[in-house]
Design a protein around this ligand. Structure first.
Ligand SMILES: *Cc1c(COP(=O)(O)O)cnc(C)c1O
Length: 391
């Protein structure tokens, strides 16, 4: 932990006072004194010349100077020709890590999810079964119907955390002339920061395999699940026909997600990627950033998990309700029980230069990432305690 932390502050030092063009501009705009102040207080990323603790999402991380250095040294081949060395190495590495034959580096997790599903779904009428909260269903602009001509069976997880094999079995649509049979089951790990237990995934794998149904994983934050459950990515990977893994969430890369599967599957996904307009050329520097994050940022995730858990503890002490259990780097909480409007809390935090995300119905989301300093939990807690005391 200690070495992680020193690596952490080192990185953030570089992020703040780095010498790349972009960062220099930020540096000038913000002013030297402020930079010293940031550096002195440790570690906050600089946003538009202002210091905000941005806890809305783990997508808001900024590339560090060390990362820029690696990016500048990346190869500059044409990836549509399959000739970029940095991308080929990166894809090979992610495939190996996940225990799959091949990998495809893409712009976004939406693209890798939709390509994965499209590649499995080749024979309509057909449908996909997933959690009713699933990103592939709710947050990808209806892509399943648009790209894959497939219906969706959204299922409510009764335990509030993950679907069970029984719930999936109950909701499968059979092969019949009246139906759009279930051809893919798509799981998500983590879902709202909650870990899908490997034992349950194994049961679902057995169930779907027996019926010739493909199993896809939206593993945008599988890295967090892997760290928190102490299970390597390939242990999860072994259960799925395909997985989408994001690098631009907690891992802190600027852009990019990877789809993994067998050779034939990835070859076809690449074909669809071109069709979708997602073939890219000299993108090696982005692969280099992704690879850098694997070695340098993956070990930092456990710190995000500790911060989230510590905040969850404080919130509970103050009388807030957690909307769901905190397993990794995300905290969802409600102000209903306290009788303060969440919009007032969000505004008060904003006035203290802290941003969190409104989730409606007096609920909010707080997400930790490696550029959130150690005293963030304390800062939030102080603001909230004052509000609760005044109530
Ligand atoms: C972020 C995310 C994605 C992908 O989102 P993009 O913004 O398209 O990269 C997919 N699934 C989940 C669960 C996510 O959180």
């Amino acid at each position: 932990m200690k070495s992680n932390l020193s690596k952490f502050s080192n990185l953030l030092y570089k992020a703040t006072v780095g010498s790349s063009t972009t960062l220099k501009q930020t540096y000038t705009r913000v002013g030297k004194a402020q930079i010293r102040q940031y550096y002195g207080s440790g570690k906050v990323a600089v946003t538009n010349g202002e210091e905000y603790l941005d806890l809305r999402s783990d997508t808001v991380t900024k590339p560090t100077e060390a990362m820029f250095k690696v990016m500048r040294n990346a190869s500059v081949g044409d990836d549509v020709f399959g000739e970029d060395e940095s991308i080929r190495n990166f894809e090979r590495k992610v495939a190996q890590l996940s225990g799959h034959e091949a990998a495809l580096f893409c712009t976004s997790g939406t693209l890798t999810n939709q390509l994965g599903l499209r590649t499995h779904l080749r024979d309509p009428p057909q449908s996909v079964l997933c959690d009713n909260r699933a990103h592939v269903y709710v947050y990808e602009a209806g892509g399943i119907s648009f790209h894959s001509q497939a219906g969706v069976t959204p299922v409510v997880a009764k335990n509030g955390i993950h679907l069970t094999s029984e719930e999936i079995l109950e909701n499968l649509i059979d092969e019949d002339i009246h139906n759009a049979p279930t051809k893919v089951v798509s799981l998500e790990n983590t879902c709202n920061g909650m870990i899908f237990p490997l034992e349950e995934i194994k049961k679902i794998r057995a169930l779907t395999k027996e019926r010739g149904i493909k199993l896809h994983l939206d593993g945008a934050r599988l890295w967090n699940a892997s760290v928190a459950s102490n299970l390597p990515i390939y242990e999860y990977g072994a259960q799925f026909d395909s997985m989408s893994l994001c690098f631009s969430k907690g891992l802190g890369a600027p852009i990019g997600s990877v789809l993994v599967g067998n050779e034939k599957f990835i070859q076809k996904a690449k074909h669809f990627r071109k069709l979708f307009g997602g073939g890219w050329r000299q993108a090696g520097f982005l692969a280099a950033a992704g690879e850098y994050c694997l070695t340098e940022h993956l070990p930092l995730l456990s710190m995000d998990h500790q911060n989230a858990s510590s905040l969850a503890g404080k919130l509970t002490e103050m009388g807030f309700d957690l909307v769901c259990p905190v397993h990794t780097n995300m905290v969802f909480f409600s102000s209903q029980s306290i009788g303060i409007n969440m919009s007032d809390i969000i505004k008060e935090l904003y006035d203290h230069k802290i941003r969190i995300m409104d989730y409606g119905k007096n609920r909010a989301r707080v997400v930790f990432h490696h550029q959130i300093p150690q005293d963030a939990v304390e800062k939030i807690t102080r603001v909230l305690e004052r509000m609760v005391a005044k109530k």
